[in-house]
Design a protein around this ligand. Sequence first.
Ligand code: LLP
Length: 430
Amino acid sequence: MSYFSYQNGVLYAEHVSLAEIARRFGTPTYIYSKAALLDNFAAYDNACKKHNRDSNSALVCYSVKSNSNLAVLNLLGKQGSGFDIVSGGELLRVLAAGGDPHKVIFSGVGKTREEMRLALSHDILCFNVESIPELQRLNEVAKELGKRAPVSLRVNPNVDAKTHPYISTGLKENKFGVAYEDALPTYRTAASLPHIDVAGIDCHIGSQLLDDAPLLEALDKVIELIDRLAAENIVIHHLDIGGGIGITYADEQPVAVGDYLSRLFAKVDAWRAAKYQGAPIKVLFEPGRSIVGNAGILLTEVQYLKHGESKNFAVVDAAMNDLMRPAMYEAWHGVQAVVQHPASSQIYDVVGPVCESGDWLARSRELAIEPGDLLAIMSAGAYGMTMASNYNTRGRAEEVMVDGDRVYSIRKREAAADLFALESIPQFKE
Ligand code: LLP
């Protein structure tokens, strides 16, 4: 089901017209559909239930970096979601949103001592550790606090996720994780540290994967390691396969979440039955994009139509600072006119007002538009607002959530004064 659809020639989010949202909240504005978020989360949750997993045997840890608005975190937390975080800031967001710290896993290659202290003091579920120096630092910090830190090592299964190189993370040349060949000795080190508890194993091979074959291949590699660790009496209690399932931006056909999870659980169950008398192992997922990506759009207003020598430009009031993905990855996002009218169509590049040639949101799109028209930049719920910046002293967009026929502001538009509120002019000595 699409949560953004035309009704009498006007684009709606659930039961609210986007024109109405623009009138009330201005533009640019990120708009999220609550129903879409719930349905996308339910795809994971239902697949877990179908395979007889409760929250002790399977946990979805929503990847906060994809969309970290408190309202989104709160909604997912209430559905039982855990959270995958990559900074102390994200942990504080999860807590502010009422999320359960005991369902938090902490990923990332550069955790500071302060972040480790914060996470340990809230008894998070697990640290996804990416190097030996990080293990040693965590051991020291846990010792200071008189605690033991639960860890999982992020192993690099060296499978090709076949996605954009900037968002592929499971290959040898990436900065992420511990090389597959180094995993056993690194686990031995972890097991020998007095303030470290070996809890799990994790991997994340990349993002926007359309096929689950690389994920299942990574699972095989992880299973092999767990068996080798078991032979050394290093017991792994959970396996975390990361996030990565892609969404439809244009005409991609990503694997259905339910099908992927069915195949994954079938593999896990067969393996446990064959080697561990069926003793279960907890499975964790870290999805981001597949939960929020198509639950959000960016609403923008056409300011000017500029007819250049070789190109036509639709200059809109959203820019690369609002949605970085096109500039950064040449990502393709659908563009839809909010009100369809019969003006003659032309081919446009949709660009923002930022002073960079890379400031474009879409290229070569056929649009029937006039200045003042509204456009919806589609599939912008993931890595949209979270990657936004204040470049060109542009306040970040308003965010709203639609629930049926109601709209709630979930983040106010930033005013210019907010942007320099933390700055000061020094009183230099003469
Ligand atoms: N777990 C880890 C360790 C990750 O690094 C990521 C994403 C996820 C989970 C969530 O992956 P997802 O389910 O969303 O694919 N900014 C880029 C995407 C960067 C992904 C970073 N890691 C983009 O806009 O496409």
